[in-house]
Ligand binder design. Sequence first.
Ligand SMILES: NC(=O)c1ccc[n+]([C@@H]2O[C@H](COP(=O)([O-])OP(=O)(O)OC[C@H]3O[C@@H](n4cnc5c(N)ncnc54)[C@H](O)[C@@H]3O)[C@@H](O)[C@H]2O)c1
Length: 377
Amino acid sequence: MRNKIRLGILGGGGDSLIGVVHRIASNMFDRFQLVGGCFNPNPKENNAFAKHIGVPLNRTYDSFDILIEEELKLPVEQRMEVISVLTPNFLHFPMAKKLLENDFNVICEKPLTTTYIEALELEALQKEKQTVFAVTYTYTGYPMVRQMKDMIRRGVLGPVQKVDLQYYQGWINPIIHDLEERAKVWRLDPKKGGASCCIGDIGTHAFDMLEYVTGMEVKQLLADLNTLYGNNPLDVDGTVLVRMSEYCKGVIRASQIATAEENNFSVQIYGSKGSLKWEQENPNRLIYLTEDKPMQVLKPGHGYLSEFAKESSKIPPGHPEGFFDSMGNIYNGVAKALRNEKHDEGAYPTIHAGVRGMLFIEKVLESHSKDNTWVNL
Ligand SMILES: NC(=O)c1ccc[n+]([C@@H]2O[C@H](COP(=O)([O-])OP(=O)(O)OC[C@H]3O[C@@H](n4cnc5c(N)ncnc54)[C@H](O)[C@@H]3O)[C@@H](O)[C@H]2O)c1
């Protein structure tokens, strides 16, 4: 039997949004085995959840610190090899730091930390330890996003000249107008979510996607944020003008108060020879526009796609794959890295992407606080 990668999980309990996505994704290519974790800070709920999902109680720990202490007592060939950090944002840094210090490989949810300085510290530690460290910008795992990346790097679009990314949700609208409801949401609490809500939570996905598919870096930005109320400290909406170079510019628009929107994330990249358009709510269609032909719609699983896109779908064309599969592709990339197998440089988002994401958040806040001026990244 194949030697499965021993996975531990922090957070992601039965009460969480993203836990089930990681558990299913880690199983998708039969490469990981969930051997233990600390899924919930309440020991009773933690144990009940571990029982429910069939994780042995002797490796279900009451706290993160106990997990590290006990796992280090095990022989290396039994110890967790990689640990996924799926807790609220403020816990990412202390958890990831201690994991790195103790030579664990890490899969960490975004945003990587709550400050850029912390992110730099983690990156320096990861370089020193040479462990595998992924940051789960989930959307980079979709086959058609990978096709987009591959077409742009092969020059199919020509030089990129205009970028437009929109990430609109509406879930904060029914919450933000009511103080009691607001107080229940950790994403709106600076102590738990960090210095930004909308830009930190979803603007970073758009920023990462932009740098991922184009292979270019944002060099300058100008941001305008909206908190909607004077007594709400964090942004719930923002518009960011970006400059990738003197002649490649665009916009990132993010909102959590776009009333009744669900998860409307769309990416539009325009080059001199053609354009690509992709929507997260319709992820199995990649629109390819050129001036000499009618609109083309590329779909997963077909022979005409790049190797990278082809290896990112598991079933024949016409069988929809989605968010879980996208995360599954990222886990598969991590598995390849852990087992020293050949993999595309975009197979999973690295810690560097996490660090760039934190720089983006801080620069957006800086630009907004300086009366919406241009700032350098
Ligand atoms: N990649 C994506 O697309 C995506 C989507 C959603 C959330 N996220 C990220 O995932 C993280 C979690 O978000 P969520 O929406 O699942 O949050 P959530 O509030 O739904 O769940 C958090 C989980 O962490 C557990 N937890 C809290 N403190 C803990 C501790 N000290 N030890 C162990 N477990 C603890 C909670 O019990 C809960 O199970 C956030 O950083 C968020 O930004 C990413």
